[in-house]
Every structure is written in C-alpha cells, then in structure tokens.
Design a protein around this ligand. Sequence first.
Ligand SMILES: Cc1cc2nc3c(=O)[nH]c(=O)nc-3n(C[C@H](O)[C@H](O)[C@H](O)COP(=O)(O)OP(=O)(O)OC[C@H]3O[C@@H](n4cnc5c(N)ncnc54)[C@H](O)[C@@H]3O)c2cc1C
Ligand code: SF4
Ligand code: SF4
Length: 469
Amino acid sequence: MTHLNLQQVVEHDYCVGCGLCMAQSKKGRMFETVKGTYIPDLAALTKSEIESAENFCPFAKASDIEDVVASKVFKVNNLRYLEGLGYYHKTYAGYAIEGKFREQGSSAGLVNWLCSKLLRDGYIDTIIHVKEDTSSNNKMYSYQESSDIESLQSGAKSKYYPVELSEVVKALLSQPSKKVAIVGLPCFIKALRAYEEDNLQLKEQIKFHIGIVCGHLKSKNYAKFLGWQAGIEPNNLKLIDFRTKLKKSPASRYGFTAIPRVGSEDSWIIKPMSEVVGGNWGHGVFKLTACEYCDDIMAETSDIVFGDAWLPEFVGDSGGTNIINSRSPFLSNLLQDGDDKGLIKLQELTPKRVLDSQRSGLRHRREGLSYRSGRDEALGKPFPKKRTKPNSHQLNIVRKTTYEYRELIRQTSHKSFLLAADHRDLSISLSMLKPIIESYSKISRVNLIQRIIAKAKKVLTKLVQRNSN
Ligand SMILES: Cc1cc2nc3c(=O)[nH]c(=O)nc-3n(C[C@H](O)[C@H](O)[C@H](O)COP(=O)(O)OP(=O)(O)OC[C@H]3O[C@@H](n4cnc5c(N)ncnc54)[C@H](O)[C@@H]3O)c2cc1C
Ligand code: SF4
Ligand code: SF4
C-alpha cells in the first residue's frame, strides 16, 4: 500500500484544504484552485513545518487514524465504542425550543443552541465557526469568531462550501488567554486534535470541539452552479443559503436561496433542491476528491457531533430534527439541563439508531472506499492511509458500477462547470451531466431492488428457522 507525504497529498488532489498546515507559517497562505477548492502554498513551509504537518494533515502518511486520535481523548472517560459512530456517552434526537435556533438552523438548531449556552454561561470567550464573509468578493463564507448570540446566529446553517482554518488559528494563537469552542467537519476536527498534541497552547485554548456530521464537502463552484440554475449568472451571485426550510414539506425536502449582488429581498430566489441538477446529495456533484478517501462521518474525534435525523420517525417534521452523539459527560449534562428547563427537547436514541440515520453515507465511505482504494492499489496509484482497507468488502457488479458512476458524476461536474463558465453557457454543463445522472439513477434502482430482495430473503430464512425449531 502506498501512503502520501504532504507534497503528494496536494499533487494527487487529496488535500481537503483545511489550512492547518499553513497555520504554522507566518507568511504562507492558502491558494484557491480553478476548481474552487483551497490548497496550501507548501513552498512557504520550512522542512520541519512540513514534517510536523505530516503528523496532523488528515490525509498524510504519518498522521494517526481516527481511532488512535479518539482513543487518546475518550478512553479516559471509559466511553463505549460502536464502529462508524465512534466513542459515545449519550445518543439522542432533539430540537431547540428556545428562541429562533430551530427556525434559523439547518436541522433543528442544536449546534448553535449549545454554542450559545457555552458562551452565555461563560465557559468560553468565543465560538469559532463559519459565517458569511463580507470582507471579500471572492468568497461567500469563511471561518470567523462570534462572541455574542446575534453574531453567532448570523452564522447559523450548513455551508456546503470550502473553508480553511489557517487565519483563525493564527489569530487564536496570538491571544493565548482566549478560550474557545470550535465547530468543524470531521477531518478538520481530527487535524486540530492531532495538531494540539504538538501545540499545547492550542490544546489549552480549544475547550470544546463541536463536530458536524459530514457526507462530503463541495467546491465553491457548487454554489455558482446552484445560483446559475436559479437564473443568476456566477458573476452576479452574492450568496447561497444552502438550507432553506420549505414550510409544510418534510425536512429532507429542503431548498436553497440564491441572492444576487444587486437587488432587494424581492430578487432572492428560493428553489427546492429537488428541482435542480445536483440537488440530490447522493449524486455527489462538485465533491472534493479527498472526501472519496475519508471514512469519518460522525466526527469521531469531536466532543459532540450533530447531524440531521434522516429517519422515518423524524423526517416528516419540516422544522427539522438533530441526531446527537455526545462523547462528553459535561456536554451531555448541559443538554440534559436544557431539556429539564424546556429550552430544548431531547429523546434518547440507541447508538445504532443514530448510525442508521447515516446508512447510505456510511456504505459509500466503507464499502465504496474499499472499492476505490482497491482499484487504486491495482493501478499503482498512491492513496491516503485510512482505516478502511482496500478490497475489504465484497461487492457485486451493480455496486461497483454504482461507485464508478458516482465518480464520473463528480469528475464531470467539476470539468463541465469550467467549460460552461468559459463559454458563459450553463447548458454545456447541464447537457454533459444529465445523461450520466440518468444512467446512474437506473443503476440505483437495480441496486435498490437487489437490496429489497436480499432483505426479504434474510427475513424468510429467519422465519423458516424459527418454525423449524
Ligand atoms: C459540508 C457539510 C456536509 C454535511 N453532511 C451531512 C450529512 O451527510 N448527514 C447529516 O446528517 N448531516 C450533515 N451535515 C450536518 C447538517 O447539515 C447540520 O449542520 C447539522 O445537523 C447541525 O444542524 P443544526 O441545525 O444543529 O446547526 P445550526 O444551529 O444551524 O448551526 C450550524 C453551525 O455549523 C457551522 N457551520 C456551517 N457550515 C460549516 C462548515 N462547512 N464547517 C464548519 N462549521 C460550519 C455554522 O457556522 C453554525 O455554527 C453536513 C454539514 C456540512 C457543512
Ligand atoms: S493539512 Fe490540510 S491544507 Fe494542509 S495539505 Fe493537509 S489537508 Fe491540505
Ligand atoms: S467527507 Fe471527510 S474529508 Fe470530506 S469534508 Fe467531510 S470529513 Fe472532510
């Protein structure tokens, strides 16, 4: 098996753009690629900074796998462990009742409710999270600090948009007395945890690592692609709100809002995701290559993780519901206290049920990753070291074809958008993507039928066994 040094991580497009390697450098900064992702300026790093980054970069050879990083933090609390979910203390479904957290949140507002609780009760000075970037015409969102509830809430909702940590981490290190909570995707939190091993000041400053469940991350061009389909050309697009709740629709049937650079609120366009190409999360348009080589969905190194309750018993509620895995007895108590006081509503779920809400993502990142890395190994192509080993799952031809199609959709989305942007003609991209997505959907239907038959066979065998006993 081949594993990557930092240079190879970037060269082979496995860099997720977290920016942490550049947080070490005074002059270095992150660059944007034409694809709309971030990569580091490795030339600005010294040899020892590169070596150090290889210990925490989530895709480099020397960095520890999630289980190792997590066990250092959570084993002390004697937490239990479930494959895929990671360590757990308490697992719940729930939503915010207090204020407008639920209404303004992606799922049910519990991430920002918890952040507000930590701020108001004085456990931390500030929250580091992702908000609209009003300082630049070139990016919609970036990591920033919020020290009051209004500022925190201006950063509610999920941003399916690349962000990087270099500047906020540099700023944090320059104020050693500041204590923070940070909200991040699983790979960002894992990189931070590993970085903190060598940087005790940072470890002391980051009091809480709040994870968000992650299916995958998109490039900046995804936002432009959505806006364009809503009738706003990329140059005229100011912002995309990726999670607009549609009243009276199930939580899973959300929309997006495209906001032009010029015009009042009347010119904002709201569209259901189901009405645009690439609105189906499972198609994985504009996905980063790194995400195809990641097997952490539940932010396994975070103190607590929040996701969408994609479960039949919750999905009908258009207000949205969170699933939660708390790995911190302290944070479990804070949530419990909120529930007791009627500020939030919690319902205990089994750890397995929490994981059930992410089954399809989990399959793509276990079975799918075993297929992708197995194929890379056969081709002699370097790939990142992960827990899921090449060819560790047996796949039939339909599953293999499914994964090949997903890859084709991903690659075509990036390339076709650049062509469309060059020619200022969205139809170029749509006409390249649509036939592939249609073929993929046919394969997915075969796949579904096979799964239903396999499940029915299992139930039947159990019944026969029970009757013969
Ligand atoms: C790229 C991405 C992929 C996701 N994939 C899934 C998935 O497959 N399955 C699933 O169940 N859930 C997924 N989520 C999480 C889900 O969309 C919600 O973020 C989560 O359920 C919390 O909802 P909430 O209403 O409690 O959050 P809110 O109360 O709305 O708060 C969200 C907080 O997250 C911060 N934030 C938003 N975007 C980012 C970002 N990119 N990086 C760091 N912080 C950010 C905000 O600044 C805010 O503080 C994903 C989120 C993102 C950003
Ligand atoms: S540390 Fe982050 S930014 Fe640096 S190479 Fe690795 S993934 Fe990319
Ligand atoms: S899928 Fe994995 S690598 Fe990609 S952004 Fe999410 S946590 Fe990071």
